[in-house]
Design a protein around this ligand. Structure first.
Ligand code: NAD
Length: 260
């Protein structure tokens, strides 16, 4: 393992990406992008076989060390066990991408207590557990990079995929990252957010229809729908060597659909 002065990224380093097994998702694209840029990658997702399969494909493509772990991010003990395993099996843990998430398209007047709690549990508490586990390792090593995947829905008041529960959970992630930035900065850890607009993935159970795309395009100054690689590239930048002086920021990866 390569040593570095405090706060510098070690040459051999690992990033965790949660929710990284979805075939056309932001997480898998991020795992690929990070490995391409020299990171070892821990792929976490609900389904162990799917997580292992993405880990194997990333290892094969870029020659990086990887592992695939089946974990429901709402499982606190499981999150701590996963970080322990990653610390034992992979190079120094430096990066964490809190990407696992579920949407909630139910209108507020109809949303049930159960649905509300599930969305907050996965999107917010899921990030809390694994971040605390990972940040303890990062703080001990005096270097770490955390990125939360929020959503434009949090900033503009609902979006294509999410209504109140989703937007509330994603807005909480923005505040969470900003607080981590202040509190963990002295430990050499940065914490930032990316806030994607509409990205063509399977989060709503299928790809965007052509009709839906045409409606979205009218709101997009860049003239195209966002791709998973648009988001993965910004996450990799925030985690990488050039991202070290950014902390507590939110990068709006939305093609101009919401300009704050
Ligand atoms: P996706 O459904 O393809 O990926 C989400 C992944 O999270 C899946 O692999 C799923 O299995 C995993 N996951 C869900 N619950 C989990 C749990 N409890 N434990 C572990 N893993 C779990 O969707 P995506 O669009 O790639 O979404 C990735 C992230 O980006 C999400 O946080 C989403 O809210 C956010 N986002 C997406 C868009 C978009 O337009 N697609 C926009 C803004 C934000």
């Amino acid at each position: 393992m390569t040593s570095a002065t405090p706060h510098e990224l070690p040459t051999e380093r690992t990033a965790i990406v949660t929710g990284a097994a979805s075939p056309r998702g932001i997480g898998r694209a991020t795992a690929h992008r990070l490995a391409r840029e020299g990171w070892a990658v821990a792929v976490i997702d609900l389904d162990e076989n799917a997580a292992r399969s993405v880990a194997a494909e990333v290892a094969e493509n870029y020659g990086q060390a990887t592992c695939g772990i089946g974990l429901d991010v709402t499982d606190r003990a499981g999150a701590f066990a996963a970080v322990e395993r990653i610390n034992a099996e992979l190079p120094q843990l430096v990066g964490l991408v809190n990407n696992a998430g579920i949407s909630s398209p139910t209108p507020f007047l109809e949303v049930t207590d159960e649905e509300w709690r599930r969305v907050i549990d996965v999107n917010l508490h899921g990030a809390f557990h694994i971040t605390q586990a990972a940040a303890r390792t990062m703080a001990a090593n005096e270097v770490g990079r955390i990125v939360n995947v929020a959503s434009a829905s949090a900033q503009r008041g609902g979006g294509v995929y999410g209504r109140a529960a989703y937007s509330a959970s994603k807005a909480a992630l923005l505040g969470f990252a900003r607080t981590l930035a202040r509190e963990l900065g002295p430990h050499g850890i940065t914490a930032n957010s990316v806030s994607p607009g509409s990205i063509d993935t399977d989060i709503m159970g299928g790809r965007l229809s052509e009709d839906r795309k045409q409606v979205l395009l009218q709101e997009l100054p860049v003239g195209r729908i966002g791709t998973v690689d648009d988001v993965a590239g910004v996450i990799a930048f925030l985690l990488g060597p050039d991202g070290g002086y950014l902390t507590g920021v939110t990068y709006d990866v939305n093609g101009g659909s919401h300009i704050a």
